[in-house]
Design a protein around this ligand. Structure first.
Ligand code: NAD
Length: 327
């Protein structure tokens, strides 16, 4: 399957590497408004087509599937154009930062679940998959705790187009909670603060704690921080009626040193590029597999909508300092 990638920043380059490992997928076109970087990446990777204008990539008849890795505020127009050109589409999270636009996509393309996959990469992480498979060992789940803390914040330019912490960062964890609990949320409460990033007062927060109450009674907490001095922190804990399950952080290596200073071990894997490298590859494999077997993708526009609804409800909860019911 011949692929075009739009956006060659942090995640676009990562997807390029992941796709290159998969037999059956070949990147033949790239697009970025940074012409120099776009041409350089095309040249280094022997990619025949390089465009500044993404519309040209979408119109290229040889391109069968498009990976959208541009800033979030561009996703809707690029996804719509690609679907109208009958392409298969992989779109990075968040699919959109406005609910109406996702609803418009769902209403416009009846076969969207087999044409558009969303980059909720945590669903493809082997540790989280293993945890989900074994939930029954701890009985009936009662509490789910998700921790997601970045080692360092993104640039202010990135933050300004991101849609805010809940839509940009917590969105992964909203989806994770739905993936693990397999039910709908009926109520949210969110609180947040600014501790690290200057110049975002009144625009965004960099620290948040969210509580989600699911229809089946499970309570989930999500804690997010845009900065974490000890590294990228990605943990999951589930309390059940018969026990507890924990997914801990992956380290650079698993050596332990015992000295007069106590026990020391390696630092955590640096950031998402390292921690989820395998998950990005697995999601590309899942994409190809679903196209070939004509099955629905494992993360769809509907999942993106449900996660965005939670992000909106959390924003409201934060602003109004109260719990918000989800209708
Ligand atoms: N799933 C994940 O783990 C993950 C991680 C990081 C980012 N993301 C998502 O990926 C998207 C991109 O994030 P990033 O961190 O790579 O950002 P980035 O700023 O590093 O890269 C964005 C790239 O898009 C290019 N671009 C801007 N306008 C364009 C246009 N009109 N046409 C083509 N290219 C254009 C920019 O020049 C830049 O190279 C965001 O939606 C973000 O939420 C997902």
């Amino acid at each position: 399957m011949k692929i075009g990638i739009i956006g060659l920043g942090r995640i676009g380059k990562t997807h390029l590497k992941a796709i290159q490992k998969i037999d059956g997928l070949k990147v033949i076109a790239v697009s970025d408004i940074d012409e120099k970087q776009c041409n350089q990446i095309a040249e280094e990777n022997k990619i025949p087509y390089s465009y500044i204008d993404y519309n040209k990539l979408i119109a290229n008849k040889e391109v069968e599937a498009i990976w959208i890795c541009s800033p979030s505020k561009l996703h809707y127009e690029q996804v719509s154009a690609a679907l109208e050109h009958k392409k298969y589409v992989f779109c990075e999270k968040p699919l959109e930062i406005e609910i109406d636009k996702i609803t418009a996509l769902l209403n416009s393309f009846s076969d969207i679940d087999k044409r558009l996959m969303i980059g909720f990469n945590k669903r493809f992480d082997s540790e989280f998959i293993e945890a989900k498979k074994n939930i029954a060992k701890i009985g009936v789940p009662t509490i789910v705790k998700i921790t997601s803390r970045d080692p360092a914040p993104p640039t202010l330019a990135y933050l300004k187009t991101s849609g805010g912490l809940f839509k940009d960062m917590t969105i992964h964890d909203f989806d994770m909670s739905r993936f693990i609990v397999e039910d709908d949320v009926v109520e949210v409460y969110a609180t947040g603060s600014i501790n690290y990033i200057e110049g975002i007062d009144g625009v965004d927060i960099d620290t948040a704690m969210v509580t989600l109450k699911f229809k089946n009674g499970i309570i989930c907490t999500i804690d997010n921080s845009r900065q974490s001095p000890y590294g990228y922190d990605q943990r999951l804990e589930i309390l059940g009626t018969l026990g507890m399950l924990q997914v801990n952080n992956k380290k650079v290596n698993h050596n332990s040193f015992y000295t007069t200073q106590g026990k020391q071990s390696s630092v955590y894997q640096n950031f998402f590029l390292e921690r989820y490298a395998d998950a990005y590859e697995q999601e590309a494999r899942a994409f190809l597999d679903c196209v070939v077997t004509k099955r629905e993708f494992p993360a769809t526009a509907y999942d993106a909508l449900k996660a965005l609804e939670l992000a909106e409800a959390c924003k409201k909860s934060l602003l109004e300092n109260r719990a918000v019911r989800i209708s």
